[in-house]
Write a protein of this length. Structure first.
Length: 163
């Protein structure tokens, strides 16, 4: 299921929603070409930029997807998923290296299988979570939030990618 994120509070809503179930704001359509990821905690007094993260979906290349870092140091950084298999972990040789003790050296991998992207936990100690549920293997959909240790990443692809 693709989710619609509220541009006001960042709440994830079902794609059929016209209004945010958390704050009542009018929602954008899933086919919109810019996604705004609201601050995870707007009240927190954190150093650094305080603007929401905006991602233009039209700039994602065909056949690829991206993971956008949500919250914390490096917020808004993104990682392109263009290889057949992308390894994620704390090890420096990982395709996506997340340097924190909460991330296993070899934590998980994301594979591009046909038109789909699949996340697979590869025996991590703290587990891999998609939309706050621990998973071993799951197909990703637009707007899924992947938690790897303390890192929260949002999966995004072009809305015209799948038919």
């Amino acid at each position: 299921m693709s989710y619609v994120f509220c541009n006001q509070c960042g709440h994830r809503n079902p794609p059929v929603s016209a209004f945010c179930s958390a704050c009542g704001t009018v929602l954008d359509l899933v086919s919109d070409h810019t996604i705004t990821l609201a601050k995870t905690d707007a009240l927190q007094d954190a150093p650094g930029p305080q603007d929401d993260v905006q991602v233009s979906l039209s700039q994602i290349s065909q056949g690829t997807a991206i993971l956008v870092l949500r919250g914390g140091e490096g917020e808004g950084d993104h990682f392109v998923l263009s290889a057949a298999v992308t390894n994620i972990g704390r090890h420096a040789d990982s395709d996506i290296s997340l340097d924190d003790i909460t991330v296993s050296r070899r934590h998980c991998e994301i594979s591009h299988e046909g038109d789909s992207f699949v996340v697979r936990d590869v025996g991590s100690l703290n587990g891999t979570y998609v939309n706050q549920k621990r998973v071993d293997l799951i197909e990703l959909t637009q707007g899924d939030e992947i938690q790897i240790g303390k890192f929260h990443l949002v999966f995004l692809e072009r809305p015209d990618e799948k038919s």
